[in-house]
Design a protein around this ligand. Structure first.
Ligand SMILES: [Zn+2]
Length: 149
């Protein structure tokens, strides 16, 4: 069993209209991110977690993946191909002062990685939700671009 962790970091401070997300908020954002990516997140959990301080350069969200590999066995007992299944936990830093927009973007970013598999590729386009920085403010529009799919 292999485990991976990937983190998304803060780029700028921001403190207007903040709120403390509830589990219902997280589940709603996870469901809407999955719909935006046209992907399934059946084996994904999302939770608030104290990851540490939330200043510039600190972590706002993490994604932990657990990959289980098993070998299929045919009816006659012979050995078949190996198959892998991944499950994920998205941790949202409870120390950050979240806004609705920032949280939704962070979740959409993490689900984007999940929809692409266990990779950590980022877009070079700052307008992409898969840019390595997820901006907290509406001044920097970000979304899923055609090239992200
Ligand atoms: Zn990322």
């Amino acid at each position: 069993m292999k485990r991976y962790t990937a983190a998304l970091c803060v780029v700028s401070s921001f403190a207007a209209n903040t709120f403390a997300p509830t589990q219902a908020d997280l589940d709603r954002d996870l469901a809407s991110a999955a719909a935006e990516w046209h992907t399934e997140t059946g084996d994904t959990r999302i939770e608030m977690q104290d990851i540490g301080p939330c200043r510039v350069g600190d972590i706002i969200a993490l994604r932990r993946a657990t990959v289980r590999t098993s070998r299929l066995v045919f009816d006659d007992g012979s050995s078949g191909p190996e198959v892998s299944a991944a499950s994920y936990v998205i941790e949202i830093n409870s120390e950050c002062r979240w806004t609705e927009l920032w949280l939704q973007r962070a979740v959409t970013h993490e689900v984007g990685h999940i929809s692409k598999g266990v990779t950590d590729q980022h877009s070079n386009n700052p307008k992409s939700i898969m840019f390595r920085v997820v901006y907290p403010d509406a001044k920097h529009p970000q979304g899923i671009l055609p090239e992200d799919r």
